[in-house]
Design a protein around this ligand. Structure first.
Ligand code: ATP
Ligand code: MG
Length: 620
């Protein structure tokens, strides 16, 4: 078992270089789609260049027609108009070609967008989300103890989206940008080298500004995600705990708390926005500057006759505008780099979290167990240095009911948690039918254990589906049989739609005792050789307790049962009672034996008998 807390918070593991490498690997997984998308964008680029060149030529044709002393037009792509064509013919033909180019570009832009969306939203996001979800499902309890549910939700939703941004917003856009810049540069260079250098001199400060802001933005994004987690946490806790909130009239407190969080997110977001709003105008200013240079210096060159008008200056202006536009795009890409690095770290952290309790390399698939359970010198702590169970040894024979008694915090729930192997002990071993739990196939083993907790979680689904939660193939008959065994059948039949009644969230429309009996039916449907009951009557009244206890009596028959209880009504029926004190086994015996030995059990028994006597007296 590893001691590491749930997440890999080890920063060196998430250095920028390592994150980039993993993100590239993610993109590589979808290389065919990426290439298709890239190919389409290159075709679009080439078509754009063709269109621009045709426009320049058309201008030169008109200019030559108006002033035959001007330089004759140079026709591109080795094309020459037939000698008998008038300039009008030529301009018409060029215009038609430009229109055809524009139509083709629209169609290709559409398919480019479709390809990219299909890649990101249709493939990458579902893949990542699926991976993350199934990892979260398999993670051990410790993960959920360390991480708030909101942080987990946000990672599954927002962070997955921002991680995929690396593929379309960084790699595809970045490559597209590089290719476009190279193509434009060569084209401009071919038209006029010195003009190219003059105009592009502003791209160096542009790139520097971009770099500066990109570094400045990243910590802001990280902080933003963390603050947002906190905000969602406040929100979801208020919804889940609405009863407590209202019960303690704490609404205005919660609202204040939310407002504080809300303001923190907003002001943090404002800071990011502030940086962005300085950054974007600077880049725009710099790109405009290059146009000024173009018209000053380029105009002079034209007057000198060193550059043609259409095929030279006009085409150049078009190229330059797009060139600087692409450079300004750098900021968007830099932004996406930061966003996707921050998000991917949060996604990878979950994916990298080791599953603490896992099958070994060659697990034994147990057939139906008999239920002989042995704790052999078991020491366990949630934090290895502070054990909550200390050197526990006991044996439970098949079919026995083992009661577990102890003060709050004595380690009863912790002991029960070791039986289905929610955690592994640090020392000692636990054997079932002679096999070490660590050698068994976890799923197969856990399927043979029925569990009822102190409070049971019911899903927003029908009663039948809730009972059949662990046994999706159960028939209606089997479900009803389990419900009868759990004394739940009668109250279920009294519900508006019987077994098909849909329960509210967490079964909010049932009483505590009803919920416990549903949970018991759910556990019994598995026909488990081992049954674990963690204080199932803790939160119900005496009458309901009586109903549950008599239901349990049937339920425990023929199974090895472990029952945590503080009330003697349940413990009295146990074949053996283990008494825990601060994680140690201090007494062991039947109710009758323990009730006659001085110790914590006797103390509790006396107190409860006195209570009972007092109740009876006051009733009389
Ligand atoms: N998930 C956890 N992480 C860290 N410590 C825990 C965790 N669960 C329980 N503990 C600690 O372990 C000790 C034993 O707790 P446990 O829940 O087993 O007691 P218990 O006997 O079931 O108490 P109760 O009667 O109140 O249910 C306590 O000191 C508790 O604080
Ligand atoms: Mg407990």
């Amino acid at each position: 078992m590893s001691d590491t807390p749930s997440l890999h918070t080890d920063e060196s593991r998430y250095s920028t270089a390592k994150l980039l490498r993993r993100l590239l690997a993610l993109a590589w997984q979808f290389r065919v789609d990426c290439l298709l998308s890239l190919a389409l964008s290159i075709i679009l680029l080439l078509l754009g260049l063709v269109g621009l060149q045709l426009l320049g030529t058309a201008i030169d044709v008109i200019r030559h027609a108006l002033d035959p002393t001007a330089v004759p037009p140079a026709y591109p792509f080795g094309w020459k108009p037939p000698a008998n064509w008038s300039p009008l013919h030529v301009v018409t033909a060029l215009s038609l070609a430009i229109v055809a180019q524009a139509v083709l570009r629209s169609v290709l832009t559409y398919s480019y967008n479709m390809t990219t969306v299909r890649l990101t939203q249709g493939k990458i996001v579902p893949e990542l989300r699926g991976k993350l979800y199934s990892k979260i499902q398999r993670l051990s309890f410790r993960f959920f103890e360390v991480h708030g549910s909101s942080s987990i939700f946000n990672r599954l939703t927002g962070d997955v989206q921002n991680t995929r941004l690396f593929v379309d917003g960084v790699i595809l856009q970045g490559l597209n940008m590089l290719i476009t810049l190279a193509a434009y540069f060569l084209y401009m260079w071919k038209i006029q080298a010195s003009l190219t250098l003059a105009c592009l001199s502003v791209t160096i400060p542009l790139a520097l500004v971009t770099h500066y802001y990109s570094n400045r933005l990243r910590p802001g994004y990280q902080k933003n995600r963390d603050l947002y987690d906190g905000l969602v946490e406040v929100f979801s806790q208020s919804v889940l705990g609405i009863q407590t909130v209202k019960g303690f009239a704490a609404e205005s407190d919660r609202i204040k708390k939310f407002e504080t969080g809300n303001r923190a997110v907003a002001s943090q977001q404002q800071k990011i926005f502030w940086d962005l709003s300085v950054f974007t105008p600077i880049t725009h200013f710099l790109s405009q500057l290059s146009l000024v240079i173009l018209f000053a210096y380029g105009g002079w060159l034209y007057v000198q006759g060193r550059i043609p008008l259409g095929g030279g200056l006009v085409v150049f202006a078009g190229l330059l505008q797009q060139f600087t536009g692409q450079v300004a795009n750098l900021s968007t890409i830099a932004n996406s780099v930061q966003q996707s690095l921050t998000a991917s770290k949060r996604v990878f952290e979950v994916l990298d979290t080791p599953i603490e309790v896992e099958n070994n390399s060659n697990p034994v698939k147990p057939s139906r167990l008999k239920g002989n359970l042995v704790f052999d010198g078991v020491t366990f702590g949630y934090v290895p240095q502070t054990p909550v169970l200390k050197n526990l040894s006991f044996t439970a024979q098949s079919g026995q009911v083992i009661g577990i008694f102890g003060m709050t915090g004595a380690g009863k729930t912790s002991l029960l948690g070791l039986i289905p192997r929610f955690y592994d002990p640090q020392q000692g071993r636990i054997l079932i039918d002679g096999m070490d739990l660590r050698d068994l196939d976890l799923d197969e083993y856990r399927r043979q254990i029925g569990i009822v907790y102190q409070e049971s979680f019911l899903f927003s689904n029908t009663v039948a589906a809730n009972i059949a939660f662990g046994s999706p193939y159960a028939t209606q008959d089997q479900i009803e049989q389990a419900a009868r065994a759990a004394s739940a059948h009668d109250f279920i039949m009294a519900l508006p739609k019987g077994y098909n009644t849909v329960l509210g969230e967490s079964g909010a429309d049932l009483s505590g005792g009803q919920r416990q009996r549903l949970a018991l039916a759910r556990a019994l449907l598995l026909q488990p050789p081992i049954l674990i009951l963690d204080d199932p009557t803790a939160s119900v009244d005496a009458k309901t307790e009586h109903e549950i206890v008599s239901a349990l009596r049937h339920a425990m028959e023929g199974r090895t049962a472990f029952v945590v209880a503080n009330r003697l009504s349940l413990l009295r029926r146990a074949d053996r009672i283990l008494v825990l004190e601060e994680g140690r086994l201090v007494q062991e015996g039947t109710h009758d034996q323990l009730a006659h030995i001085h110790g914590p059990y006797q103390d509790a028994a006396v107190l409860q008998l006195m209570d009972l006597a007092r109740e009876e007296r006051s009733a009389a």
